[in-house]
Design a protein around this ligand. Structure first.
Ligand SMILES: Nc1ncnc2c1ncn2[C@@H]1O[C@H](COP(=O)(O)OP(=O)(O)OP(=O)(O)O)[C@@H](O)[C@H]1O
Length: 609
């Protein structure tokens, strides 16, 4: 092996935890303990199958001794009958054991998968926001696939091989400890062979995965853009690129094949040394009258019997190690705390000393930055009175969305706090916060399924009348009427595609059904046409009527209709007051308004910078 394996580079920072080996084992044990009958049956059958496999070599040894002692044919036939019976029994037990072990593995895996998904979907939004969804999707997808593959394909065989190896080694020592020790001389060679294999196989497999991924990507890219490829006569270049990627993947597969061959050679060498040692020890023991030819024969057969299980264990070791690593990442997710915080939720709003009425929502951010990035918010204090409508205005990148996410409890400020009627959000627990504060962010998602189900995400008990009323309130009745099956129409992927404006209305209708006390709107409806934008503004006002509302103003008309306007510049509050007060003050906001409203005569829904 001359070429050095490429390292895969620094791993991206993982914010979701990975369980330790001890935690992973504990989680696995707990899962198996929940299925005591199935676990006991699998272990019993697999142990019995391996033990029955020991009968034939032992009987063959006895048979050799009997032949030497000149026993009659009847005895030999009887031994042959025992061997045949043991072989049939071992076959039956192995088949039954493997079937039950597979069922056990599948059940444990299914439960683990459910727990990972359950935990992932209930993760506190702050954790999810910090970790990003990529890692979670990789765990719920790739890691589950790796573990599934091992559990369903090589898992039962691996466990069977492990048991066979242990029991055969015990049998070898039970036969004669000196013969057992002779067999052990192969152990260091096996260990060295394994170390050599793992050193090369892990980086090789990683490179192979990258290479096959690139090959698929090159092919998919060329096929997806087939029309463009043809239009620009780039067929040859694309075929050449695919051929190049294929050649890389093929060469790596061949090198891995060569790696296996060389590993096989090393295993064969270990087997040779071990078997030779057992035979030599047997010869010496028999010559000195310390053992019988039969016992030495059985020992040699036992050792020979180890070839297959040890080979299997060694060849599968990398897959099992990878599955172990994936399992640790899955168990890491399941050990995360749930979405609910401390149970003690103060029933009465607490008032800060000296204040007549507690703010419905109070956001104090001394400073906020994303990880090690620059400071994006500094010295921001935002108090929203009950039912008040506040608009956040500022240029792109000023920190409006960040402040909105902090106010909604989606991300925690690096240094600061958010209080709902005087109670810190951290004391309320995720469920309560989600019930009280709703955020409509810039990415409005229409879930694939019936319109009814999409609405019921906000309130599972909503009646048809309530859903229709909510859609009516946000001005969606006109398109609701055009749907062939009304609330039972399929929407989203695979169903009726909603326009950006309709998706926004759906999100607002969900907000009405969820009925939170605080609404935070960061919807960018600028892509809607001017009439559509005005409709959405009206819909947003109707949906948030009576609620304490923070609106990230993507158009200044949203600010003009708010009770108060807060202007953010480079993460700081530079102006604050009613629309009229700020116009009178003649600051940045009034300039912005003047230039915007004069341009607005031409394009009334022009988005803010
Ligand atoms: N998840 C994130 N990770 C790192 N930096 C971020 C993240 N989200 C926003 N930022 C940065 O924080 C700063 C403020 O962004 P933010 O989205 O809050 O501004 P904004 O005023 O809402 O802008 P826009 O109107 O364009 O959405 C920007 O410099 C942005 O690059």
């Amino acid at each position: 092996m001359t070429d050095e394996p490429t390292t895969t580079g620094a791993e991206p920072r993982r914010l979701l935890p990975t369980a330790t080996a001890a935690q992973t084992w504990a989680a696995l044990r707990a899962e198996f303990a929940r299925l005591p009958g199935l676990s006991a049956a699998a272990v019993t059958l697999l142990v019995a199958a391996s033990a029955t496999g020991l009968v034939a070599p032992w009987v063959l040894g006895r048979l050799v001794d009997d032949v030497i002692a000149g026993s009659g044919t009847a005895r030999i036939v009887a031994w042959a009958g025992v061997i045949a019976g043991a072989a049939v029994l071992a076959g039956l037990l192995t088949a039954a054991g493997a079937a039950i072990a597979a069922r056990l593995g599948e059940t444990v895996l299914a439960r683990l998968r459910e727990r990972v998904l359950d935990r992932a979907l209930h993760l506190p939004s702050a954790t999810l926001e910090r970790a990003g969804t990529g890692d979670l999707i990789a765990r719920a997808g790739d890691d589950v696939a790796v573990v599934t593959n091992v559990i369903t394909t090589s898992g039962p065989a691996f466990v069977g091989a492990l048991l066979s190896t242990v029991l055969t080694a015990v049998g070898l020592f039970a036969l004669d400890w000196r013969l057992g020790l002779a067999g052990l001389t192969a152990a260091p060679m096996y260990a060295l062979a394994l170390r050599w294999y793992l050193k090369w196989s892990v980086p090789y497999y990683a490179r192979e995965r990258v290479a096959t991924g690139e090959r698929s990507q090159a092919m998919a890219g060329a096929l997806r853009g087939a029309a463009t490829v043809r239009a620009y006569r780039m067929e040859d270049a694309h075929v050449a690129r695919i051929a190049d990627r294929s050649a890389t993947a093929r060469d790596l597969s061949l090198e891995i094949f060569g790696l296996h061959t060389r590993f096989g050679l090393r295993i064969n060498r270990s087997e040779f040394v071990g078997l030779a040692a057992v035979l030599l020890a047997g010869f010496l023991l028999v010559r000195n009258g310390l053992s019988t030819v039969g016992a030495a024969t059985s020992a040699a057969l036992y050792f020979h019997r180890l070839f297959n299980p040890i080979g299997l264990l060694l060849l599968q070791s990398d897959a099992v190690l990878q599955a172990g690593a994936s399992l640790a990442r899955l168990v890491g997710v399941t050990s995360l705390p749930g979405a609910d915080g401390p149970a003690s939720v103060p029933s009465q709003p607490s008032t800060t000393k000296g204040e007549a009425e507690p703010a419905a929502l109070e956001v104090v951010v001394a400073q906020h930055r994303y990880d090690d990035g620059p400071v994006v918010l500094r010295d921001v204090q935002l108090r929203l009175a009950p039912g008040e409508r506040v608009a956040l205005v500022g240029a792109s990148g000023a920190g409006k969305s960040t402040l909105a996410s902090i106010a909604a409890g989606i991300i925690a400020p690096a240094d600061g706090s958010v209080r709902l009627r005087g109670v810190p959000l951290s004391h309320l627990g995720e469920h309560r916060v989600r019930r009280e504060i709703a955020l409509i962010s810039q990415e409005v998602h229409v879930f694939a399924g019936l319109l009814r189900d999409d609405l019921r995400l906000a309130d599972p008990d909503a009646t048809d009348a309530e859903m229709t009323a909510a859609l009516d309130l946000v001005g969606a009745t006109s398109w609701l009427r055009t749907l062939p099956d009304g609330l039972d129409t399929g929407v989203g992927e695979g169903g009726r595609q909603l326009t950006a404006g309709q998706a926004q209305q759906l999100a607002l209708a969900r907000l009405v059904l969820a009925d939170p006390t605080v609404a935070i709107l960061d919807e960018a409806t600028a892509e809607a046409g001017s009439a559509g934008a005005r409709d959405l503004d009206r819909a947003a006002v109707a949906a948030t009527e009576g609620r304490t509302t923070l609106v990230v103003a993507h158009r200044l008309t949203q600010a003009a209709t708010a009770d108060r306007v807060v202007v953010l510049e480079h993460g700081r509050v530079t102006e604050e007051g009613t629309h009229d007060e700020l116009l009178e003050a003649g600051g940045g906001y009034s300039q912005l308004w003047r230039s915007w409203s004069s341009a607005d005569l031409v394009a009334p829904s022009k988005p803010l910078a």
